[in-house]
Design a binder for this molecule. Structure first.
Ligand code: IDP
Length: 140
């Protein structure tokens, strides 16, 4: 399998509970390498832009409110099959449906406060990395 890069976020519900290290360790233990990382407090405009694909969904307001309620750690992860691997270790969107041992099963509070984000395909990974990082901020 090819070496890929994917985009990951540790969301405010998790940073507020001081889970940045615990979640990053789960990603690293799964074989992913953090090649870029920064802590940001998203503006409403940044959150709306990042999640623009969901703007017609009923939960959009709640999503933007949650993402602007505290700090987020944005990361680029690198590894073999990183996009799928990250989705697997994250677990299902709804923590009630997430598999044992996944980040969301372990830490998420609800479907809205589900602790992490991860790109779902190569195209979105490229777009999302570019949304938050310049090339020089990524050190492989
Ligand atoms: P994903 O994060 O697993 O890729 P998406 O369907 O892309 O899931 O949804 C993006 C984010 O929107 C979710 O992670 C979650 O925080 C939020 N979200 C999705 N569905 C709901 C919902 O029904 N209520 C509240 N928030 C939701």
């Amino acid at each position: 399998m090819a070496i890929e890069r994917t985009f990951s976020m540790i969301k405010p519900d998790a940073t507020k509970r001081n889970l940045t290290g615990a979640i990053t360790k789960m990603l690293e233990d799964a074989g992913l390498r953090v090649v870029a990382s920064k802590r940001v407090w998203m503006s409403k405009r940044e959150a709306e832009g990042f999640y623009a694909v969901h703007k017609e969904r009923p939960f959009f307001g709640e999503l933007v409110e949650g993402m602007t309620s505290g700090p987020t750690v944005v990361q680029v992860l690198e590894g073999e099959g990183a996009i799928l691997k990250n989705r697997e270790i994250m677990g299902a969107t709804n923590p009630a449906q997430a598999a044992e041992g996944t980040i969301r099963k372990t830490f998420a509070l609800s479907i809205g406060e589900n602790s992490v984000h991860g790109s779902d395909a190569p195209e979105t990974a490229a777009q999302e990395i570019k949304y938050w990082f310049s090339d020089t901020e990524i050190v492989g």
